[in-house]
Write a protein that binds this ligand. Sequence first.
Ligand code: AMP
Ligand code: GLY
Length: 421
Amino acid sequence: MKILVLGSGAREHAIVLALASESASHELLAAPGNAGIGRDATLVDVDMLDPTAVTTFAKEHAVDLVVIGPEAPLVAGVADTLREHGIPVFGPGRQAAQLEGSKAFAKRIMEQAGVPTGRAVHARSLEDTAAALDDFGAPYVVKADGLAAGKGVIVTEDRSAALAHAEQYLPKGPVLVEEFLSGPEVSLFLLSDGDTVRPLSPAQDFKRALDGDAGPNTGGMGAYSPLPWLAEQYGSVQAFVDEVTEQIALPVVRELDRDGSPFIGLLYAGLILTEQGVRVIEFNARFGDPETQIVLPRLATPLSRLLMAAAAGTLEDESAPEFRDEAAVTVVLASEGYPASPITGRVITGLDEAERIEGVHITHAATRRDGDDLIATGGRVLNVVARGATFAEARSRAYEAMSRIHLEGSHFRTDIAAQVA
Ligand code: AMP
Ligand code: GLY
């Protein structure tokens, strides 16, 4: 198949690597990509945010399938235009992508679908915000309504910090004040063709910048999969996955269909396991980053087949995706100053030495080539991904590989997957 992957992060690199590892030989194209993606796919020059440009490119180059990685092209309506022209695309249309783009829309759909989530109030002024904060009590949760790359949320014991956060976003629209939910977090990805959903393997993401879940929220500093501890609570990991599929994902997909905006793509359920049961914290309309980097390497079913079936509306004919019984851990290397103000433009070395370790590969998040040099171009620079028979093995491989990589001033968390190793 000729497959065009849109995006430029480690998530898209992971998608490209999964497609490249299939036995069938695909022609892989990526736009805009990055230095790592450029090793595994042909980088092409098309503006991924321009629906017409992407559609024209796909037609002219007889692309069989377009896979949309990040949220921005979804919100820009790239999937809608491709679909109007009969080009198979993995990624929801603009309206269904509001499930991620608008927390108000997501709450409405969840309410209509009877899906369990935290109680929330939309505050349009500081006075409303203060009243809602006092109503829910500490810890306080305040969220910006639109896309904010993981930075729009504050969870704090400090009422004045919560108010200051609201003040920052209120000029752009209402903020959401939410009840604090306590418990472990789980990311579950589900493929959807608008009607049938097929779950992937659950993962856990580390959103805070520093060890021990300290520091500010980030786009994600590391992840591991699967989650063995789910079996203790639910009897088996499968029992948990089945419950989320039946009680959360299917009702939401059906509700979106009724709403006139079928969800074709990747439904990412961000969940908290409270003592009262599973609650949705957020939905995303795309693969998660960095969880994709450790979920896809364990996938035994060919990814292209699943993505194509979702795009074509034939997921019902596919059996459940299968996963290898191994542990996978990823650790993100971040630039100095990330997340507040990352310093970019510095040289990265040691990747070849790192990838010589058994079970290890690197996905690039923000890199470019400059002659023989590899340059960091963003906050989250790359992911070390390690697999092993056990989490202890995968972890030690990941951190051994990380110790061989050098980027001045960079930082990473040292406690990724420590609890399961
Ligand atoms: P979100 O962008 O909505 O996924 O929120 C980012 C992070 O903030 C989540 O991964 C949680 O760790 C935390 N968070 C969000 N909402 C809540 C909540 N209602 N209660 C507790 N923590 C939350
Ligand atoms: N891992 C968090 C996200 O992709 O939004």
